[in-house]
Design a protein around this ligand. Structure first.
Ligand SMILES: [Zn+2]
Length: 76
């Protein structure tokens, strides 16, 4: 049923079928996840990182390190 490489919603574990809502399965889950971040209850504790995020960091290492604002110009 599921393809091995299918992206799954980090919130409800449903297979993500819409590119528009990635990495979540729906706007509902995306909004819920945002709410969890804002609420401060969301913790990264060894959970599998979204493969798309990992890929971005490898392709744009300068952007990943730009949280200090020093290299913003390279991330355009
Ligand atoms: Zn979901």
């Amino acid at each position: 049923m599921d393809s091995p490489g299918a992206m799954r919603c980090p919130l409800c574990n449903e297979v993500v079928t819409s590119v528009a809502t990635r990495p979540f399965c729906s706007d509902r889950c995306r909004s819920a996840d945002l709410g969890r971040w804002l609420d401060g209850s969301y913790r990264i504790a060894g959970d599998p990182v979204d493969p798309a995020v990992e890929l971005d960091r490898e392709v744009f290492p300068d952007c990943a390190a730009s949280s200090d604002g020093a290299k913003e110009s390279t991330c355009d």
